[in-house]
Design a binder for this molecule. Structure first.
Ligand code: SF4
Length: 212
């Protein structure tokens, strides 16, 4: 790989949520905390700071730093469970909310599995996401389909960050939960676009009338 800039794992999640949000955070270094992100940060800090321990043949490693130059990724994993007998690794990601319809959380977990595979040279077939709101742990298969989807998000994120361009805002329902809402102001940008569209129509009309 020629590009040596390692992409933080969090950028994939931001890209999958909104490419504009990803560019604002990772290229323009814009960040704003809201209630949801603050809660998420607290949860990750609590998990990451736990000490490693072993129970019933499993070693629990917390706050595991990973770097995968071939994939071009770097980041920190909340928890990796290692089967002491076989060395098989099982990444566990902690999330504040509950399971969602989209694949954003799955993509993040799969990217973690891919990093572990590159670093350790072994197969990671499963992982899990633990949701704080439902207090439930969901096992996830790192399937071929999920791997392909994740690789294409990695590629798209890399292209976006290398382009240095920030996509224009477009208001959607998800914007209401976005921590950058105030800074991005998607409704205003949207209105501005409508206004210039209307102005363009008026200009066209008045040009046609002077031509008559
Ligand atoms: S407010 Fe909407 S358009 Fe703007 S960064 Fe957030 S999700 Fe993207």
């Amino acid at each position: 790989m020629q590009d040596t800039r390692l992409i933080p794992l969090s950028a994939l999640q931001h890209y999958a949520f909104c490419p504009r949000q990803c560019a604002l955070i990772h290229n323009e270094q814009v960040w704003s905390e809201n209630f949801l992100t603050a809660q998420g940060q607290q949860l990750h800090q609590r998990v990451d700071h736990g000490l490693p321990e072993s129970r019933k043949g499993i070693r629990y490693e917390r706050g595991v730093e990973v770097s995968a130059p071939s994939l071009g990724l770097t980041g920190k994993l909340d928890l990796v469970e290692v089967d002491i007998a076989t060395g098989v690794c099982f990444p566990v990601e902690y999330k504040r909310g509950k399971p969602k319809q989209d694949h954003i959380d799955l993509i993040q977990l799969c990217a973690q599995a891919l990093c572990l595979e590159e670093m350790l040279g072994l197969n990671v077939s499963h992982g899990a996401i633990w949701y704080w709101q439902t207090r439930h742990r969901h096992q996830v298969e790192i399937s071929e389909t999920l791997r392909e989807e994740t690789l294409s998000i990695i590629e798209a994120t890399r292209n976006l960050l290398n382009s240095g361009k920030t996509p224009k805002a477009k208001y959607e329902k998800k914007c209401d939960a976005c921590s950058l809402y105030e800074l991005c102001n998607p409704k205003l940008t949207f209105r501005d676009k409508s206004r210039s569209y209307v102005q363009a129509i008026y200009q066209e009309r008045s040009f046609e009338e002077t031509e008559k």
